[in-house]
Design a protein around this ligand. Structure first.
Ligand SMILES: NCCCNCCCCCC(=O)CS
Ligand SMILES: [Zn+2]
Length: 667
């Protein structure tokens, strides 16, 4: 199934007709440059372009009042003076004779997207619309918004398809108060928004946007506000909030549909947001949401006013929806103090509502500052760098996002004879030239192994070479001895200069100490064995009391440990090993396999033990880019497991500060 793209140039045919400094940034070019960039990058050709349609009254009335709709209906016939007069009753928004028509198209686009995803015609999609929607309220236009496109889409999905739980993620830099008000007492819609707040000093200056506004009545806990109290937030800050707040709660909520208020004024260069996150962060934010709701994700454009970063961010988002490999995120320096403060406050406010936060250790909140938490070995910024940071936003410069090339072959497999090769995978042919490997293998790795083991290992090494040359994206091998193969692979890869391995070992089995000495290999082992005291900076043993069968504990370790560590290690290869008898359930395994594709541009090598051959199909499905099935609504994890994970995080966070989720007590 493909990716839908909805766009129509009719939505560019309205603009500001008078002088209003607050509104002049909302221009038609926002849509033309976004769509133009998609065309230029060959992305529109790869999407399923769906036609727009006008929303009908009944759909708009799912969220808005009749009097408001009737009032907006009058605007096409108004004179310029009437339009100005009409506009005065609302805030930071303007009207135009054609804006009602465009607002109906914007809603209709969102509904077309929901229809095509929920009817299974497409996997996911994006709607490029204006006017945006997330600020508009039941009876008021606001913040360039006329009708609340995404709020209407959520009500529509519930009413027409009986969708039980909907997650709305609003990564726009402004608080979508219109969405919040619409669902604040509705436990079937979980609304998450981060937004520039600066202690209520930033527009729309609402107390309702603060972290302690969690929803009302039945909806308590289903509204998450993450305030940014400083500008200049970077990729690390955004990732921290996803890892330590959004993803754990979203997985516990287990939505049937994900809607994104995809505003890009949260990207670097935008004068409204004044943030420093780069366009490629949206590739990752999109991907991290794609393993919820079995990939049913509808992204609808909201804000975004720097035409360069807007176009780049839209392309990054659509490329991920299409399944292209993710770009590496470099120099993640960890969250700043202000972010940690917000993280801590949000987690504390939601602790009573979400079991994933129940055992979280939260310290009292502290005064806010943006002193960046010293990551280990961070040299003091020199004069030039400090000056760079103090430049005003419009002079910000950032590198063009890297090209994201999909290899010709997605998944290659090494399987013993007699094991069927999964559809769409490519079997490494036995005639593969194994010569050069064999000799080194025999000498270095396998003194007394039999020929079949040597052949298998040489084929595994071929998989790695093909990933290095980007001939294949990922690989899967069914081997006689997973542990031995794992050790050989790590040694083989570590021998290369700029290689870094992220080894994720699921199940019991001892990891030979020498493979973690060089600092190039980071090992996370999730098992039921209590090996906590052997931990070090590069060896992270996660012990789950009930072993890997415990979905909640496993999931918590995935988000609050594995993801931050993986991002900060920034590996060139991910090695995922399923030890025999691990007990991990297939869906958890699939979710883990999917999540690990965030790293190393998807270069994941999965090792399975021969008697786990039933795993080959489910694993291959994920490696081929299919979404992982839902884990179901997650119960609370065991107290001792949660505490063990917290102990690990506090031991490791000095070295890996993406693990931080609370502001340290000292200054
Ligand atoms: N009244 C003082 C100036 C405040 N500027 C308001 C700008 C509204 C932004 C709305 C937006 O970007 C939607 S995503
Ligand atoms: Zn915005």
């Amino acid at each position: 199934m493909g990716t839908a793209l909805i766009y129509d140039e009719e939505m560019t045919k309205y603009k500001l007709l008078w002088v209003d400094p607050a509104c002049k940034i909302e221009v038609p070019e926002r849509l033309t440059v976004s769509h133009g960039a998609l065309v230029r990058n060959g992305l529109t050709d790869r999407c399923i372009c769906l036609p727009v349609r006008e929303a009908v009254d009944a759909e708009i009335l799912l969220v808005h009042s009749e009097e408001y709709l009737e009032a907006v209906k009058q605007t096409p016939h108004m004179t310029l003076e009437d339009l100005k007069e009409f506009t005065l009753q609302y805030g930071d928004v303007y009207f135009h004779p054609n804006i009602y028509h465009c607002a109906k198209l914007a809603v209709g686009s969102a509904l077309q997207l929901v229809d095509s995803v929920l009817m299974g015609k497409v996997k996911n999609g994006m709607a490029l619309v204006r006017p945006p929607g997330h600020h508009s309220m039941r009876s008021a236009a606001n913040g360039f918004c006329v009708f609340n496109n995404v709020a209407i889409a959520a009500q529509y999905a519930k009413q027409k398809y009986g969708v039980k739980r909907i997650l709305i993620v609003d990564w726009d830099i402004h608080h979508g108060q219109g969405v919040q008000y619409c669902f604040e007492d509705d436990p079937s819609v979980l609304y998450f928004s981060w937004h520039r707040y600066e202690h209520q000093k930033f527009w729309p200056n609402l107390k309702d946007s603060d972290y302690d506004i969690v929803g009302k009545g039945e909806g308590a806990g289903f509204n998450i506000n993450v305030p940014w109290n400083k500008v200049g937030m970077e990729n690390s800050d955004y990732l921290s909030v996803f890892c330590h707040v959004l993803l754990p709660i979203a997985y516990e909520f287990c939505p049937d549909l994900v809607l994104v208020c995809a505003g890009f004024d949260s990207a670097i260069g935008d004068l409204e947001g004044e943030m420093c996150a780069t366009p490629d962060i949206f590739a990752h934010l999109t991907y991290l949401l794609m393993n919820l709701a079995e990939g049913k994700l509808c992204a609808v454009l909201e804000g975004g006013y720097n035409l360069t970063s807007l176009a780049q961010s839209v392309c990054q988002t659509v490329q991920t929806l299409l399944g292209d490999p993710l770009p590496p995120l470099t120099n993640l320096t960890g969250p700043c103090r202000s972010t940690l403060e917000s993280l801590q406050c949000v987690r504390a406010a939601h602790r009573q509502h979400w079991s994933c936060l129940r055992h979280a250790v939260d310290l009292p909140t502290f005064e806010i500052s943006t002193i960046r938490i010293k990551s280990s070995g961070e040299e003091n910024k020199d004069e030039a760098e400090v000056w760079e940071e103090q430049k005003s936003p419009e002079e910000k410069i950032w590198p063009e996002p890297p090209k994201r090339v999909s290899p010709r072959v997605c998944s290659a497999v090494v399987l013993p004879d007699g094991v069927v090769c999964p559809d769409a995978c490519e079997r490494l042919s036995s005639s593969e030239d194994l010569g050069p490997h064999l000799l080194t293998l025999k000498k270095d790795f396998l003194k007394d192994a039999d020929d079949s083991a040597v052949t298998a290992l040489s084929r595994v090494f071929s998989l790695i070479d093909k990933m290095k040359n980007n001939e294949i994206r990922n690989g899967l091998a069914l081997v006689g001895d997973a542990a031995m193969t794992m050790t050989c692979v790590v040694q083989h890869v570590a021998a290369e200069v700029d290689s870094r391995v992220f080894l994720v070992c699921v199940g019991n089995g001892n990891i030979p100490g020498h493979i973690i000495e060089d600092g190039k290999t980071l090992v996370v082992q999730i098992s039921g064995e209590d090996t906590e005291e052997q931990g070090s900076k590069y060896y992270v043993p996660v012990c789950l009391k009930k072993g890997c069968t415990d979905t909640s504990g496993f999931a918590q370790a995935m988000f609050s440990l594995l993801l931050p560590l993986g991002y900060q290690h920034n590996p060139s290869l991910v090695l995922l090993v399923r030890m025999p008898g691990s007990g991990v359930c297939d869906i958890m395994w699939q979710q883990l396999t999917a999540l690990l594709q965030s790293f190393a541009q998807g270069h994941t090598l999965v090792l399975l033990q021969e008697d786990d051959k039933a795993c080959v199909g489910p694993t291959a499905s994920i490696l081929l880019g299919n979404p992982a099935p839902p884990l179901g609504q997650l119960p609370a994890s065991l107290k001792e497991d949660a505490e063990a994970v917290e102990r690990l995080r506090s031991r490791l966070q000095a070295d890996w500060n993406l693990l931080l989720a609370t502001a340290p007590e000292n200054g």
